[in-house]
Design a protein around this ligand. Structure first.
Ligand code: HEC
Length: 190
């Protein structure tokens, strides 16, 4: 009889010990979760840093800063056109408009909206820096004879040099008038 009671008591002790262990484990787990959850949330909620707008290349106007993040019209770099190429080099053309704005149904619409800036960068043949920047800015009333585009071009001869203006407007119209029907801009959205 005595042994049976002892046996029962021992079992009870073991069961209680197991229960205690279970409770401790569970609460520890909950505690861990409690500790972990806010930590994880902090990581997720960490404020996303706004994409930094690169400073304008030296000598260029501030309104073209960060232009390489604009919409690129050409899919592949435009190769040098050889001898008579006025903007000799490997070129990319960007515009400060969204694709949906200038091509609402997937097809490009003309003219470009007022305030548009089209910019062409070129690295000269054999050079690995941008040596030419040509800009077309659409400003209402500035030149109604040329769809209100202001044309201006800058060049530099070294990667650490400042850009300087080389030509504007009249020099540019002759060629660009060839594409008057698509608002004077040769490169179409690809
Ligand atoms: C001899 C012809 C010619 C002259 C002059 C010329 N351009 Fe261009 N321009 C082009 C062609 C062709 C393109 C198309 C891209 C390419 O092949 O370089 C172009 C492209 C551009 C682009 C990119 C948008 C587009 O039309 O594709 C800009 C901006 C530009 N030119 C500005 C100027 C400015 C500013 C001047 C005057 C300082 C000028 N251009 C003079 C022929 C000319």
């Amino acid at each position: 009889m005595k042994t049976q009671t002892q046996y029962l008591l021992r079992n009870l002790v073991i069961i209680m010990a197991l229960c205690l262990l279970f409770i401790t484990c569970t609460s520890e787990k909950q505690l861990e979760e409690l500790v972990q959850t806010p930590g994880e949330e902090t990581i997720v909620e960490e404020p996303v840093q706004p994409e930094e707008v690169a400073a304008p290349l030296p000598g260029l106007p501030a309104d073209v800063a960060g232009y390489t993040q604009w919409l690129k019209l050409n899919a592949e770099p435009i190769p040098p056109a050889g001898g008579g190429d006025p903007h000799n080099g490997t070129k990319n053309v960007y515009v400060n408009q969204a694709r949906e704005t200038i091509a609402p149904d997937g097809e490009q619409q003309f003219p470009y909206p007022n305030g548009s800036i089209v910019i062409k960068e070129a690295s000269r043949p054999g050079k690995d820096f941008i040596g030419l920047i040509a800009i077309m800015r659409k400003k209402e009333g500035v030149d109604p004879d040329h769809n209100d585009w202001e044309f201006i071009e800058y060049v530099r001869s070294a990667s650490d040099a400042e850009f300087r203006e080389i030509a504007r407007d009249g020099v540019c119209w002759g060629c660009h008038a060839r594409v008057e029907d698509i608002d004077y801009v040769f490169t179409e959205l690809e």
